[in-house]
Write a protein that binds this ligand. Structure first.
Ligand SMILES: [Zn+2]
Length: 139
């Protein structure tokens, strides 16, 4: 399998899992590092001996903001304005994703900021053309 075919396969499996509420990453058999979003190699040691693993979906929201600029893709216009954040997955990697459960207002974001890191749980956002990973803050 060449690199392009491998990456296509990894992405296809990622989105197939997402459509069923399974959050896939890659686990390295050399260093045990978790790579997310999944790719064909380990982001920690560069090794190619990785295999799929399911994430718990547990995360910590460490930063959140709202998008006051136009959505990054037309598919997101229907949910704008929305909150976008940085989350640390229970398994280690940090990701950026849409955050559900927090109103996209300065007041609501201030409450989240003042509360400090809050727990969040992965959720699938069903868009018209694509399932998207999001996290629901338990603020
Ligand atoms: Zn590794």
């Amino acid at each position: 399998m060449n690199d392009v075919t491998l990456q296509a396969s990894v992405l296809r499996n990622y989105y197939e899992g997402l459509s069923r509420g399974v959050f896939r990453a890659m686990k390295c058999s050399r260093c045990n590092g978790i790579t997310f979003p999944p790719t064909g190699c380990c982001e920690h040691c560069g090794g190619w001996d990785v295999e799929e693993t399911a994430l718990s979906g547990d995360a910590t929201l460490v930063f959140a903001t709202h998008n006051i600029t136009p959505a990054c893709h037309p598919r997101f216009e229907e949910i704008a304005p929305y909150v976008y954040g940085h989350l640390q997955l229970a398994e280690g990697p940090c990701v950026q994703a849409i955050v559900l459960g927090v109103e996209a207002t300065p007041e609501a974001l201030r409450k989240v900021f003042e509360a400090g890191p809050v727990p969040a749980k992965a959720e699938v956002l069903k868009m018209a053309d694509l399932d998207v990973l999001a996290f629901r803050a338990k603020a």
